[in-house]
Design a protein. Structure first.
Length: 191
């Protein structure tokens, strides 16, 4: 190769270094901002609630009830579990159910038993919001009957029935309700 060819090839070096610098700066900014985001995971399941001697309510799976030989009273309930997966502290101000694909239609906010809102979650911490089924269904029965009766395609629209929480920053975190819980809710509303 002659001198002119090498000069031409060397003109690309500043371009490559500029692109490398841009990528490095973008990656650094992304990683710095990653820790600033609130990251919550929300899930809703049907559980059994165990009431201890002091009146506190705990969620337990059916397998635990079979092993529970203490004879504590239990009743069915709904458990909404919120876990903080981020490095930033999150303050939960509201818990709700919603439905709809693009425009979310909110079913009224619900007040959990035994927990006063707002709740602060540190890094890696989780919080149970426990609702006795009989209380939740009597509170929300009229609203949920309207929701379920308005569905033209229940199997399709049930995919968009979600539980959510709102943080103090105004950010919403939602998750689909488990199929088992949704089926139970639909049966309970039709009774």
């Amino acid at each position: 190769m002659d001198k002119e060819a090498w000069r031409f090839i060397n003109t690309f070096a500043p371009w490559f270094s500029a692109i490398g610098t841009l990528i490095a700066a973008t990656t650094a900014i992304y990683l710095a901002r990653l820790n600033r985001r609130i990251r919550l995971k929300v899930s809703a399941n049907r559980m059994f609630l165990i009431i201890d001697s002091e009146g506190r309510t705990y969620a337990a799976s059916p397998e635990f009830l079979e092993m529970n030989a203490m004879g504590r009273p239990s009743k069915p309930g709904i458990r909404i579990l919120v876990t903080n997966h981020g490095y930033r502290k999150a303050v939960i101000t509201n818990v709700y159910f919603c439905h709809g694909f693009s425009k979310k239609k909110y079913v009224a906010p619900i007040a959990p038993a035994g927990v006063s809102l707002p709740v602060t979650l540190e890094e890696g911490q989780d919080q149970d919001f426990v609702f006795p089924e009989d209380v939740l269904i009597t509170q929300q029965k009229e609203r949920w009957q309207k929701v379920f009766s308005s569905w033209r395609h229940p199997s399709m629209e049930s995919l968009f029935f979600k539980v959510g929480v709102v943080t103090s920053t105004g950010k919403h975190f939602r998750s689909r309700v488990s199929r088992k819980l949704l089926n139970y809710m639909q049966l309970a509303m039709n009774e």
